[in-house]
Design a protein around this ligand. Sequence first.
Ligand SMILES: Cc1cc2nc3c(=O)[nH]c(=O)nc-3n(C[C@H](O)[C@H](O)[C@H](O)COP(=O)(O)OP(=O)(O)OC[C@H]3O[C@@H](n4cnc5c(N)ncnc54)[C@H](O)[C@@H]3O)c2cc1C
Length: 413
Amino acid sequence: MKFDNIIIGGGLSGLTCGIKLAEQGKKCAIVSSGQSAIHFFSGSFDLLGKVNGEEVTNPLESMKFLPQQHPYQRVGLENIERLTDEALHLLIRAGLSFTGKADRNHYTLTPMGVMKPTWLTLNDFTSFDQKDSFPWKKAVILNFSGFLDFHTLFIKDGLKKFDINAQIKNVSMKQFEAIRKNPSEMRSTNIAKEFDKGNAIEEFAQKANLLSEGFDVVILPAVFGLFNKSVADQLKEKINKPVLLLPAIPPSVPGIRSQITLRERFQELGGTYLLGDNVEEGIFEDGRLLEIRTNNHGDIKFEADQFILASGSFYSKGIVATHDKLYEPIFGLDIDGDNNREEWFDEKFFNDQAFMRYGVKTDENFRALMNGEPVQNLFVAGSVLGGANPLKEGSGAGISLLTSLHAAEQILK
Ligand SMILES: Cc1cc2nc3c(=O)[nH]c(=O)nc-3n(C[C@H](O)[C@H](O)[C@H](O)COP(=O)(O)OP(=O)(O)OC[C@H]3O[C@@H](n4cnc5c(N)ncnc54)[C@H](O)[C@@H]3O)c2cc1C
């Protein structure tokens, strides 16, 4: 099979790159082995939350304090503002809607009851301008009876910092009796599927209205609208208090919905999305990648003019660490990381962990290096790139979005 571009990995970076290339008329395929980090999505895309341990107000301004090997510096700070704008519009065209600006972080309340700076927050969730005040006095936290993935006590504890003495109440409904019988079935996606059918919305809203009498705000787990985008809006309309949705333990319902929305956009643009297929090897000639082979397609070749590696970090096995080795498992590309295992991690869990910065080495145009030489038509994007600690910096989605748009620009030049 022959394409203009083939993207390895169907997470946020692979999909963003694929949508941009397909919007420009390229014949693209995405091959993706499985779930991506978006399935664990908090509801917000981070751009830059912290630099050198200091909280960031204006990410565009603070990027200049990042080290030279950071992906934002390598994309070029002069390109970042334009790319943030482009990323937002690409996501909006795909059907996602957000609050947020690249030149000023806003805050979202985490499931630990802490305000966290971020860039774009899905409209399901509430964004706050201030981190040290909570706009309501009396909060009720409503959970589904038997749902163990929403940590109400952490939220209640977190809210004490804002002088809020929240109350926790449970809602029981007939619709959930069947899935409640088996605790492993009482998961966010199964609750969401019941609401998607439409018949739980009215009853839940009535119960929420009764249980929230005397309170100013209703806090709920974000388990609404897996396939039916309008569920959260319908509930917000029917519940007669402000509703604050907070992430539950993954799988993330808004995350899966976002992934589906982006995948559908890619396919509507004519893209081919091969899910559940693993890219296993590539055939190279004269410094170019000619074709890839996948697990499901055996001897069938996938050829393209350009390839993009967007296979994620350790979590998605885009790079792998064994007891004594760090490697990129598909092509054996060069890795920017330490060979000495002792240097990989700090025993103090919350310290900056060196391995978080490891990734595939590239040249200045984001082309992968193999044995020190760039592969002319293999670009690298997203969290498989090294040079950043997205967890400490709060930069995960920003790096994925901006580096994949940048890689697409190199291809479209
Ligand atoms: C658990 C988790 C939660 C996160 N939550 C957030 C958040 O809420 N907000 C935020 O800003 N950032 C978050 N991040 C940071 C995150 O890294 C980025 O936001 C971003 O989603 C990463 O996208 P990606 O496409 O680079 O990689 P991934 O999402 O990891 O996607 C890589 C894809 O490549 C596929 N793949 C790997 N190897 C192969 C192969 N050989 N063949 C075919 N396919 C392959 C994988 O199956 C996967 O689908 C989170 C990260 C993790 C790990």
